[in-house]
Structure formats: C-alpha cells, structure tokens
Design a binder for this molecule. Sequence first.
Ligand code: CMP
Length: 171
Amino acid sequence: MKTINVQQFLEKFKHFSTEDFNDLTYAMIKPDAFEAKEEILRDIEGRGFEIVFTADLQLSDSLARDFYSEHDGKSFFERLIRQMTDGPVVILILRKKGDVPCFQAWRDELGKTNPADAAEGTLRKVYTQKLFGGPEAYKEERATNCFHGADSVASVIREASLVLYDMAMSA
Ligand code: CMP
C-alpha cells in the first residue's frame, strides 16, 4: 500500500472520469472497529481491493450530519451521529475492476446493513463477531455495523468530495 496525502490524492481525484469512478468506491471503517484497522486493511487487500487512499479522521459533528443528511429525521439518526463521532474513522478510497461497479463489489463484501442478516464470511458478520462477540451488539449504543460503503457511483463522488475536501481544508 502506497501512502499519499489528501492534497496529492485530490490532484488525481479532480481528473477522474465517470469510467474511473466505476472502479472506485468510498468506504469507512467506523469508530467501533478502528482498533482492528491493521487486520481489516490486510483483509480488504486480501479480498482484491487496492487501497488507493487511506487516512484516519475524527469526523466533526457537522461533517457527520452532512454526510448522513439523507437519514436526518429518522429514528436512528442521532445515535448514528454519536456513533460516527465517538472516535476516529478510517477513510478509504478503494479500487477494484470487475464485472460489477466497485461500489457494488464492496457492498457485496460488507453484507447486509444489519450484521445479524449479513452472510457468513462478509466483513460485517466477521468483525461484529470478532469485536463484539456477535451481531446482537448492533442494537447497543456504541456498536455499529463496523463499515460504510457508498451505495452508487453518484454517492462515491458525493461522499469522497465532501470528506476529502473537508480534510484538505482543515489540514
Ligand atoms: P451505513 O452503511 O453507514 O449507512 C447509514 C447507516 O445508518 C447504516 O450504515 C447504519 O449504521 C445506520 N442505520 C441504517 N438503518 C438503521 C436502522 N434501521 N437502525 C439503526 N441504524 C441504522
């Protein structure tokens, strides 16, 4: 894994075409899984994803609210914001070329949003088991489903722009 800083990545990002974005996704390791990040990064590479950019970031309350604005007003929104700002996240831009867009390949690796429904071997199933002893913890205050994955090419562009430009401005 080559390490580049956010300004260097944004220089490349500005020139990506729609076809480039098909092979990229925006992902995060959430705060409750942060302690396992080294193992998780190896696992991600083992699953065939190239880590194009990674950085640890403490999300501010306002960035978290912007990021998840589509969920504003839902019953779980305030808890989601508390969870996502509880500690650092690992920001990831991943690349994988294949028959399906990269965002979809990543979501297939993640499994269902609720880890209790996620298939065996998927990242959410594996890491909720390792870190919390099982998917039941997802209902508790601190525990999440460990990972985020953008749900479309448009979301990859929106989420990566929102977070990376915020990072660059605060650097
Ligand atoms: P994520 O993939 O990061 O996108 C939105 C997040 O909201 C999701 O993962 C969960 O962490 C959370 N979420 C979505 N639906 C629910 C729900 N029904 N109950 C609790 N949290 C949810």
